[in-house]
Design a binder for this molecule. Structure first.
Ligand code: PMP
Ligand code: GLN
Length: 382
């Protein structure tokens, strides 16, 4: 008898990031689709990791992650957000931010639970909720600012609501949480058992002097939260797939039960290198202005085109409406401009489970100036 399985995620295909990157490669297009830098990362950090390997840091570290790295991270959190977290019980190093999110969801969700997910959403969120038997309850962010409508959130809360997922700075919209959002969040979760998953992988990629309102600033929220980070985003090395999760001791205990039997521990020399490089605070404190310059340069170049920008306050993405260029569905438009004009972007409908199409495309501006220039010359021909 031939083996047959019933898919646990029947509606899921290949992630749009892989699809568009493959199409870009096939057609020799400039890839402004998948989010990754095309400029070199720090030679110094590479040297620190290489030294760690040469110095014999090549065996397992404890499953929570290298203790010196967790200590440096706790110090960073205290300096930036004024909150004391315990590196022993509250921080776990993970193979990337996506894994941290998946692990947190798996640690706490049970069949029948509901999770509030704001859309557009990073494409791993809803499958990661549903693989755990829980149900995603979508709340659309409101165009053009992509702000949270908290009245709508209140309407969607039920006794089954187990978690609210947040992402600020947001992928793909570039929107960021405000002080009012935090107050609203507080009032929604107060006196309830609702947990929070806060995806803060773009914590340093925030522009225009806007402060990053990390959930880490608010001990009353932190006690019910998993907060997820990615070294790949901070140090321009997305391929390293290394990140971490911060939570309260009770939640982290459950997180580690899953993590220790899935990954056990992450690669050691990278953790040694990062624990040293993290002491160089400027490397992350300067990131906002570094990326803001790229956003501004890209925006200025894009004025030559008929794309209409939607403001981005953070992340390394900018959304553009293309109603002045075409009435095609966003997926068709994204595929056509990759093939015919040689520039890949991501259709924003891919960030909605329903495939809602608002004729908006996402471009990644974490690229060399020359890359952005070549892309815009091509986009201006459309
Ligand atoms: N969340 C969001 C919103 C992202 O865009 C990314 C980038 N892929 C991640 C989490 C996690 O990144 P990684 O798993 O590569 O560390
Ligand atoms: N986060 C990146 C993006 O949104 C890609 C990560 C991935 O390929 N899963 O483009």
């Amino acid at each position: 008898m031939s083996p047959s399985i019933q898919s646990k995620l029947p509606y899921v295909g290949t992630t749009i990031f892989t699809v568009m990157s493959a199409l870009a490669t096939e057609h020799g297009a400039v890839n402004l689709g998948q989010g990754f830098p095309d400029y070199p990362m720090s030679e110094e950090l590479i040297g620190m990791v290489t030294d760690a390997m040469k110095n014999g840091f090549n065996q397992y570290v404890p499953m929570q992650g290298l203790s010196i790295l967790r200590e440096v991270l706790a110090e960073k959190v205290q300096n930036l957000y004024g909150t004391v977290v315990n590196p022993g019980s509250d921080i776990t190093i993970t193979p990337g931010g996506t894994y941290a999110i998946y692990t947190a969801l798996t640690a706490v969700l049970r069949p029948g639970d509901e999770v509030i997910v704001f859309e557009p959403a990073y494409d791993s969120y809803i499958p990661s909720v549903e693989i755990n038997g829980a149900r995603a309850v979508q709340v659309d962010l409101e165009n053009p600012e992509y702000k949270i409508n908290w009245d709508l959130v209140r309407e969607k809360i039920t006794p089954k609501t187990r978690m609210i997922m947040l992402n600020s700075p947001n992928n793909p919209t570039g929107a960021v949480l405000s002080a009012d959002d935090i107050q609203q969040l507080r009032s929604v979760v107060r006196d309830s058992p609702i947990l929070i998953l806060s995806d803060e992988v773009y914590e340093h990629l925030i522009f225009d002097n806007i402060p990053h309102l990390s959930i880490l600033r608010y001990p009353d929220l932190l006690e019910r939260s998993f907060i997820c980070f990615s070294f790949g985003k901070v140090y321009h090395c997305t391929g390293w797939k290394l990140g971490y999760c911060i939570s309260s001791p009770d939640l982290m205990k459950e997180f580690r039960k899953i993590h220790q039997f899935n990954c056990f521990s992450c690669n050691s020399p990278f953790q040694v290198g990062l624990s040293k490089f993290l002491l160089k605070k400027d490397s992350y404190l300067s990131l906002g202005s570094f990326m803001q310059e790229k956003r501004d340069y890209f925006q200025q170049l894009m004025q030559q085109t008929k794309f209409t920008p939607i403001p981005s306050h953070g992340s390394y993405f900018q959304l553009y409406a293309y109603h002045r260029l075409s009435e095609e569905a966003d997926k068709d438009f994204a595929i056509r401009i990759t093939k015919e004009y040689g520039v890949a972007g991501i259709p924003v409908s891919a960030f909605y489970q329903s495939g809602k199409d608002q004729k908006v495309i996402r471009f990644c501006f974490a690229k060399k100036k020359e890359t952005l220039e070549t892309a815009v010359v091509r986009l201006s021909r459309i």
